[in-house]
Design a protein around this ligand. Sequence first.
Ligand code: ADP
Ligand code: MG
Length: 678
Amino acid sequence: MDLNQPVTQVKGIGEARAEELADLNIYTIEDLLLYFPYRYEDFQVKDLTELKHDEKATVEGKVHSEPSLRYYGRKKSRLTVKVLVGKYLVTAVFFNRAFLKKNFSIGQPVTITGKWDQHRLTITGQHVTFGHQEQDEKIEPVYSVKGDWTVKRVKNVVHQTVHQYVRYIEDILPEEKRQQYKLIERRQAVQWIHVPESHEHLKHARRYFVYEELLLFQLKMQWWRKQEKEKTDGKARAFDQAKLQAFIHSLPFPLTGAQQRVTDEILKDLSSPYRMNRLLQGDVGSGKTIVAAISMYASATAGMQSALMVPTEILAEQHYESLTDLFKEMDIQVELLTSSIKGKQRAEILKRVKEGEVDFLVGTHALIQGEVQFQNLGLVITDEQHRFGVNQRKVLREKGITPDVLFMTATPIPRTLAISAFGDMDVSTIDEMPAGRKPIETYWAKHGMLDRVLAFIQKELENGRQAYVICPLIEESDKMDFQNAVDVHAQLQQYFTDFNVGLMHGRLAVDEKEEMMTRFSKNDVQVLVSTTVVEVGVNVPNATVMVVYDAERFGLAQLHQLRGRVGRGDAQSYCILIADPKSDVGKERMQIMTETNDGFELSQRDLELRGPGDFFGKKQSGLPEFKVADLVHDYRALEFARQDAATMVNSDVFWKEDEYASLRNWLMSQVEHWEELD
Ligand code: ADP
Ligand code: MG
């Protein structure tokens, strides 16, 4: 039986109905079968003690007293009746349903569904049945609708189709996988997701589709990844192992185990004929820069140039300086290219890049765009970027170059999101901090405690330390009542009379910002009042205090980034969040910040707080949408699905055996038009 036939094949669906169904994106019988409820009404009777306050609930009991009815005006009414539920006397209230009054007679069994008030033992009834309730259909599926459709009509059409066609549904997963994960048959899962007779049914159906959805999605990803890799336009770099090891040994510190591991992963990619497409994530301060430097050096020993791109000029400068310093004894040419480098100097750099004299070129993200031409670009690294990939690869390809690409991010991405949003990339994770780091102590202070905060800063300054003070706004605003950097700068100048207080924000000219940053890093300025322009990457190890005004204005990831500006040296560092959050989310954020220093845990909790859609910000999420699976909670299933998909596309069994025919056919039907995607 071909379930891909048009819906008009279903009994009772004519052309007119079919057109209406098209509004719901339903064209075939299969579409109907897979039009899942998006939620369920639970009419399952529960024990009173299991009910939660303010939740929708169904209770069953006996009418205990005569109902009383009061009218407000002509149409509004309130009907109240006492019902004995178990040993509790519950008040049931119905608004504007006066006609129900005659049905309540003392001793009569009733089942009432409505909003439960745990404190008053009151249920505001929305639905009531008299007599004993029938047993079936206590869980009511709710379908999403559009236009003239009602939930009930959709349900009727879908359920009729399920009734008629569910028996023709064939399994798509191989028997072996179903066994392994104890999943029910697909047919059964479809039946139960639409017509669950119990929570147990629903659980099984959900479990089945969570895996199926994630597996299908991962199959596409893994297939894509395999295609990318097999494009042998990547080059095997033959780098000089001896030189490389000597360099690693010459570093002022031994690599952490995690740095060693991710370095190996990257070097393996570089020496393979495949093109590298890798995400390197590691918490703030975990030491990604040195990993980047080793990778670039490896490329250089293979005679290839590297580009390192960062989001801001300040950061470009800083990377340029630390790389220059790191390689000063070696035959490596490092150059910096930013928009403030102009004229003859710029032309000279461009020429040297083009002729292959420059080994590492550091700059902002505009680096690969525009006029820059490399002689022999082998490796592109982008640092501190949240959203990346497709676009940049496209720009590179349009330039006719296909270097290995490494994306570094200090916003740890919860693993579920990383492998869904970047499923076509390999992911390396630095999950270990260099030894000897003291965890930053984080405090949440109310605005009223400002005096104590300032006294604390004063003490640190007297010990020779430096402090950042972050404000949400640059200048005073009539619209928003938040601290602004200009005012706070003026205040603190008054307060810290023995120290230099600097001001930095995004409206300063590039060279002004640079000058301020340089003064701060030389300890010529002790207190830096700034907006979030210092958020990313900046490294001043002598700074031990980070104060954030109106901290509830910032997201968790951003606060964590800001906090990462301190704790970069040996001394104990502090982060003080000044906030009087009004919302629960705001309070929870402050709470989380004081509880954990671990960027990965924090991002997982952020994800739980905000949901996957908001995690990357609205537009750019690029995340797939699932009908049943949920990226916050189904991460284990996602992990399994990913593993399985990767094994499948790389195995002969998948491409040859009958057992995999359905999956294979499905995959091929999906990837036909894929070339256009990238
Ligand atoms: P991030 O991952 O945030 O970019 P950085 O690369 O800036 O971190 O490193 C933070 C600091 O830690 C730098 O001062 C760096 O020199 C130092 N560092 C990096 N790796 C190690 C290590 N293995 N042992 C000790 N210090 C290290
Ligand atoms: Mg960094």
